[in-house]
Design a protein around this ligand. Structure first.
Ligand code: HXC
Length: 516
């Protein structure tokens, strides 16, 4: 047939680029090759490559001898569980996966095609950063990627998988994406490496400590997911996609009809044992989540960061929801700077992609202290208020025990915009705890009384009776229902179902000024 030989020859040339020797080099570092990564991610035989022959236009500093077709990145589209995704995978064996002008152009094209066609994009990153030999052209390569990523933000899900170095400019592409996946012992993400750090600050640091997966998973909060190896990491990338819509115009995939479960008889008797009545006693909120949502569907985001709060996706009667909860096991579930950032960003993602939000509230409030004030708890705490008030997706809050002060406003106030607020009988909704409140409003009375200790106790009881239950809020119409904990799942489903058609317009403006 005409052209058959020519096409066969071209295909051979592309295949020859991934020779055994280079693959071995990559495997010796404990890494998969760029092409193997794509094949782990995509359904078999679905990958269609774009621009395999594109190469650099530069010949500086020995680059003419290193240049290769494809320019060090494989880009294209394919399917995951039969749903289309765009993907690019940087090839460290070609010029260290460094990003030059054309390499950048290929990535931009993949992201733009993903946005125009309304499909997620997954970037697999293994790169030494801006290609030094191309000078400013490589910096502009990054600039174009950042520009297109920002324009695609909130339109399609953007996921970054870091499986090698992500150095210099390379780390801001993940930084701009919705979710960052990292692998222990393999991923390194930093703006400058240990040598530069030593020169500038005098500090001796390892790659791992500076920007390894655990550093970003627990300290900086940059990584949303950390896994033990690449294969597990790619399996989990596929899993997160099962919770997400293809784009902002679609709903997340539904596994079954919520109506089917509305009539189920199962209740959550176990909840009464899981949550202690004594409000000072901590418990593992994850067990409550497991009990309330469809079995084994909780997919936790930022598991190791700001562990006094929990965020993640789950299913309720087959419907994907975003869960935000206070983890009372750590710091009594207070809201601090890091948990504020974690919650606010998650809520904004859910809102952008039509994912209803369910809060499980049990927190004494924002964390007091000079450290938190100096680090800007006001600025960070404001993000939570902003994110929830701005979100137009269905928002339901369940108050289990404490909902004090600012945290009540942020996580459970109908006036902030919650569609439904449910409270357990054990809910305590107040400006602050009774012990603190007494010291402020009865300070003089207690001091002047015959027996200050007894008076203080009496006053505490008085306040507890008045506020440390959900009745005042229910009478003011700020709590929709006081429910038996065992019925929580069923009532949540009943409340969610009619909210799925909720549509709320936005105020006409260029954009709001979210406190950053
Ligand atoms: C050109 C690069 C490169 C780069 C690596 N290589 N980084 N080529 N530009 N940025 C090449 C190496 O020359 C080498 O080529 C091959 O890739 C493999 O690199 P090695 O150093 O041998 O690998 P390894 O020992 O594993 O070390 C990996 C590394 C190191 C830690 C990533 O290569 C490194 O430190 N690179 C520079 C990282 C960095 O500082 N980047 C920032 C760039 S500035 P040969 O031919 O010998 O195999 C930047 C600013 C943008 O990105 C800011 C935008 C906001």
């Amino acid at each position: 047939m005409k052209f058959e030989k020519e096409i066969e020859q071209l295909n051979k040339e592309v295949e020859a680029l991934d020779n055994q020797e280079l693959a071995e080099k990559q495997h010796q570092k404990g890494k998969l090759t760029a092409r193997e990564r794509i094949s782990y991610l995509l359904d078999p035989e679905t990958f269609v490559e774009l621009d395999p022959f594109v190469e650099t236009r530069f010949n500086n500093l020995g680059l003419e001898k290193k240049k290769v077709a494809g320019d060090g990145v494989i880009a294209g589209f394919g399917k995951i569980n039969n749903r289309l995704v765009y993907v690019f995978s940087q090839d460290f064996t070609k010029m260290g996966g460094s990003l030059g002008e054309m390499h950048g152009q290929k990535i931009v094209r993949a992201i733009e095609m993903a946005r125009k066609t309304g499909n997620p994009v997954i970037g697999i990153i293994d790169s030494g950063g801006a290609r030094i030999q191309e000078g400013i052209a490589s910096l502009d390569g990054y600039a174009s990627i950042f520009n297109t990523m920002v324009k695609s933000s909130g339109v399609i899900p953007q996921i970054s998988v870091i499986v090698g170095p992500s150095a210099g400019g390379a780390c801001y592409a993940p930084g701009l994406s919705d979710f960052i996946f990292m692998v222990e012992g393999l991923s390194q993400m930093y703006i400058t490496g240990p040598e530069v750090v030593k020169k500038v600050t005098g500090e001796e640091v390892s790659f791992e400590d500076l920007g390894g997966a655990n550093t970003h998973g627990t300290k900086s909060g940059c990584a949303h997911f950390v896994f033990a190896n690449e294969k597990e990491c790619f399996t989990q990338v596929k899993k997160i996609l099962s919770y997400l819509p293809q784009n902002n115009m679609e709903d997340p995939p539904r596994q079954k009809s919520i109506l089917a479960e509305l009539f189920e008889k199962e209740d959550n008797q176990r909840l009464l044992e899981l949550v202690p009545e004594e409000s000072e006693k901590g418990y593992d909120m994850k067990t409550v989540i497991e009990e309330l949502f469809d079995k084994n569907t909780f997919f936790e985001v930022q598991q190791g960061f700001a562990i006094n709060s929990l965020v993640g996706f789950a299913r309720l009667g087959g419907v994907v929801v975003g869960v935000v909860a206070n983890q009372t096991k750590f710091m009594a579930g207070v809201l601090d700077i890091d948990s504020s950032d974690k919650i606010a960003r998650f809520v904004r993602f859910c809102d952008a992609f039509n994912i209803p939000i369910i809060n499980l509230v049990d927190t004494p409030g924002y964390l007091p202290g000079i450290n938190q004030e100096h680090l800007g708890i006001i600025r960070h705490g404001a993000k939570v208020l902003y994110a929830y008030a701005e979100a137009t997706v269905p928002k339901i809050s369940v108050i289990l025990r404490k909902a004090f002060g600012g945290a009540y406003i942020a996580l459970a106030s109908r006036k902030l915009g919650y569609d439904k607020v449910l409270a357990w009988p054990s809910a305590q909704i107040a400006v602050m705890g009774a012990e603190q409140a007494v010291k402020i409003i009865y300070k003089r009375e207690i001091a002047e009384s015959k027996d200050p200790e007894i008076t203080e106790k009496e006053k505490i009881e008085e306040i507890k009776k008045l506020f440390l239950n959900p009745m005042q809020a229910a009478k003011l119409g700020q709590v929709d229902m006081i429910i038996n904990p065992k019925d929580t799942r069923l009532i949540l489903m009943r409340c969610l179902e009619p909210l799925l058609t909720k549509r709320e317009g936005k105020v006409a403006r260029k954009h709001g000024n979210v406190p950053l």
